[in-house]
Design a protein around this ligand. Sequence first.
Ligand SMILES: Cc1ncc(C[n+]2csc(CCOP(=O)(O)OP(=O)(O)O)c2C)c(N)n1
Ligand SMILES: [Mg+2]
Length: 384
Amino acid sequence: MTVESTAARKPRRSSKRTAGAGARKTAAEPELVQLLTPEGERVEHPDYDVDLSPEELRGLYRDMVLTRRFDAEATSLQRQGELGLWASLLGQEAAQIGSGRALRDDDYVFPTYREHGVAWCRGVDPTNLLGMFRGVNHGGWDPNTNNFHLYTIVIGSQTLHATGYAMGITKDGADSAVVAYFGDGASSQGDVAEAFTFSAVYNAPVVFFCQNNQWAISEPTEKQMRVPLYQRAQGFGFPGVRVDGNDVLACLAVTKSALERARRGEGPTLVEAFTYRMGAHTTSDDPTKYRADEEREAWEAKDPILRLRTYLENAGHADAAFFEELESESETLGKRVREAVRAMPDPEPMAIFENIYADGHALVDEERAQFAAYQASFADGEGN
Ligand SMILES: Cc1ncc(C[n+]2csc(CCOP(=O)(O)OP(=O)(O)O)c2C)c(N)n1
Ligand SMILES: [Mg+2]
């Protein structure tokens, strides 16, 4: 259900569209936009819909399977000592692929550190992400190659970058839009409140896509909010909507609608994708210390990949050959990723001073000179 503000001056959808809803099967959760139930049954929603061909549906399934595979490889590589850290997206594939596939090429994404599925949709090579977690590429890639900004670890800060970028789009007179990804924990940050205020007042074309995965490391959502997260938007003067974050179709439909609204010049939307972090916060975390196994088991029944598979099979949209081929593609991806990580060279030490300021900076020059002297002190015959 969408919360519309009076400031947004957008009329509610006509009741005509909802009139027949009684005859249709609707989602069980009152506040949750859902188009595909956990049992894989296609349901209708009065405000949101997607019309996808069997090929497009298989494409979404493929994206989710390959993203999960890549993520599992990364976790294993960290356990083998090949990566310093990994933040798994396990369980959040639908939220990321659904929203990621709603984007246009000229839209811009500001991710946090767990958006591997969105990176996949943007065409960022997974090995780039792994280079960062191996500590060999100094944190990045060229954001403008895929309109996918660098991973941001300072919680919530990227919502401000996204808002500023979106305000710039308006000044350029373009009709592209921005998506800022962040988590339930990040929603408690002052930066996020500031981003909401600025984007609302300046009518910035930005979609705030919050993956409420129920946990901020060991802090449950009860310690972050008194009202459902999506309702916060109302106080800032823009719509908020809660979507089933494990339903790739609903995530696609809701994000598309929010992006279209932004392009029409109607300002921001807060999308709360209600999902679950199935794994640990990162490979440095042990969730058994603070949450019960039953909770994870309950969410396993809502698995985003399984429900789409059930739907594809029941609707006759995918056959055994498709799933077999995908399994072999998945194996190939895993092998490619493992080999690429192991072959990554250590970075050239002085490279850390590159790509900081476009035109150089006196302080960086000073630090570079100091570090060069320090490096030189290890040369034969010196420092003994
Ligand atoms: C400003 C800031 N404060 C604290 C941290 C430490 N920290 C890293 S991740 C995290 C929790 C974030 O939770 P959430 O926003 O729900 O995202 P999730 O990890 O669940 O995807 C915290 C507190 C940080 N990185 N930045
Ligand atoms: Mg969280």
